[in-house]
Design a protein around this ligand. Structure first.
Ligand SMILES: Cc1cc2nc3c(=O)[nH]c(=O)nc-3n(C[C@H](O)[C@H](O)[C@H](O)COP(=O)(O)OP(=O)(O)OC[C@H]3O[C@@H](n4cnc5c(N)ncnc54)[C@H](O)[C@@H]3O)c2cc1C
Length: 395
């Protein structure tokens, strides 16, 4: 394999790598593309360990626009991604997202809501009484929240199915899928020349995309690029309760950031990002105690019916946390030609894969962007111009 020449090499064939590759090949079927992943079972890849939620409830215009575009893509995704008549079913369940807020967060939430509505987002303000109509389990007696925003079109889907669909399509369009570990991005002065594999093979390309997810910081370092991103372990818990809602409830976000997704019958999935979550790329241990000590009491306060429940499942996965401003880092690194970053998605990257796939393909091919995402350019790091979602919070 050594010294093979490609047009574009992807380090990482998660949802980002595969979505960009598909978009590239749709625009230029002659491109020679290598999609490289160290583990094609995707055991630890963030995409398959994610909750698969999509929301328009953001405060940065471009994040809202990316989600709106993603929802458009999903309408015809099965047909567009069909390979030899095989149509993917991503099971997009638009049960809505209900984000509760307390007084302290209200002003920002209202500003976000106005922006979402101005861009066509189907989001409304709900009083506590209206929130209880949508989510009957809520405790509205104790003044725990002042209201909330309800994104009616938001919802969850199978991230694995979306990833598989993009991967199959990219391969059907001509991408070469290679299971191997990349150990370095190679360059000569300020131009990328390819990558080196663990077995010593060298593959050449003038464009290398760092789509290595939470491992992207280490990959960028191999060519001297420092990206402000940390791999952080997050925990997910699945609980079984005695409540049996007659229909699927919306995703519920509490003012603290704890969220809970109704999976059907009495089952719910829940999680919270804690500041002391470990930085790691190798530890995937499931920390059951965090639920018992730090999440359960809050759930029971907001929803008394959760006072009694059973933890039935759970897992750990990695957020690629952008420690600079919590948002995506998209585009060519200014000081290294041909080195493209698609990093730092923190906890909201999955839903952005469609817009990012299109944007990065357009950037690489030198086409004008259909949706301008230059606000997320890597240059903002060098220029110290962060783009925060909320009051300088990393989410
Ligand atoms: C618990 C959890 C819940 C989440 N929930 C949501 C959600 O509800 N909605 C949402 O939008 N986002 C969510 N996210 C975030 C989302 O999962 C990520 O932003 C997104 O999946 C990133 O995709 P990716 O392709 O960049 O990364 P990945 O899916 O991690 O893919 C990167 C790939 O690179 C490969 N790789 C790494 N290093 C090398 C190397 N040296 N050589 C070869 N291959 C390499 C890895 O094996 C991996 O397959 C969640 C994340 C977690 C962990």
């Amino acid at each position: 394999m050594t010294n093979q020449q490609y047009d574009v090499i992807f380090v990482g064939a998660g949802v980002m790598g595969c979505a960009i590759a598909t978009n590239l090949l749709r625009r230029d079927s002659q491109l020679k593309i290598a999609l490289i992943d160290k583990d094609l079972t995707y055991r630890y890849s963030s995409t398959v360990l994610s909750d698969g939620n999509c929301r328009v409830q953001f405060n940065v215009k471009e994040n809202i626009q990316m989600s709106l575009y993603g929802m458009e893509v999903l309408k015809t995704f099965a047909d567009d991604m069909a390979v030899d008549g095989d149509k993917p079913d991503v099971a997009f369940r638009q049960q809505g997202n209900l984000f509760l807020t307390d007084e302290a967060g209200r002003e920002e939430v209202e500003a976000g809501l106005a922006l979402q509505q101005s861009l066509g987002g189907n989001v409304a303000w709900l009083t506590p009484e209206e929130a209880k109509e949508v989510y009957p389990l809520l405790n509205i007696e104790d003044g725990l929240f002042v209201g909330g925003t309800f994104g009616r079109d938001d919802g969850t889907m199978s991230p694995q199915a979306v990833l598989e669909a993009y991967k199959k399509k990219a391969v059907a369009l001509g991408a070469e899928l290679i299971e191997a570990e990349v150990t370095a991005v190679r360059h000569q002065s300020n131009q990328v020349t390819g990558i080196q594999l663990k077995n010593g093979d060298v593959l050449n390309a003038g464009v290398v995309v760092n789509s290595a997810g939470a491992w992207g910081t280490a990959m960028a370092k191999t060519c001297g690029v420092d990206i402000p991103m940390q791999p952080v372990m997050r925990q997910v818990y699945v609980v079984e309760t005695a409540v049996q809602p007659s229909k699927i409830l919306p995703l519920l976000l509490l003012p603290s950031g704890t969220y809970i997704i109704h999976e059907g019958h009495g089952k719910f999935m829940t999680a919270h990002s804690f500041p002391d979550d470990p930085v790691t790329t190798t530890d995937f241990s499931w920390q059951h105690y965090k639920f018992e000590e730090r999440i359960w009491p809050e759930l029971a306060e907001f929803m008394p019916a959760f006072d009694s429940l059973r933890v039935v499942d759970g897992w750990a996965g990695l957020y690629a946390v952008n420690t600079f401003d919590g948002n995506a880092i998209l585009g060519e690194w200014p000081d290294l030609r041909g080195f493209y970053l698609v990093n730092g998605f923190s906890g909201h990257g999955f839903q952005q894969c469609h817009a990012v796939g299109r944007y990065l393909a357009e950037r690489i091919l030198g086409l004008p962007p259909t949706l301008d995402l230059s606000v997320f350019s890597p240059r903002r790091i060098l220029e110290n111009a962060p783009v925060f979602e909320n009051k300088q919070k990393i989410i």
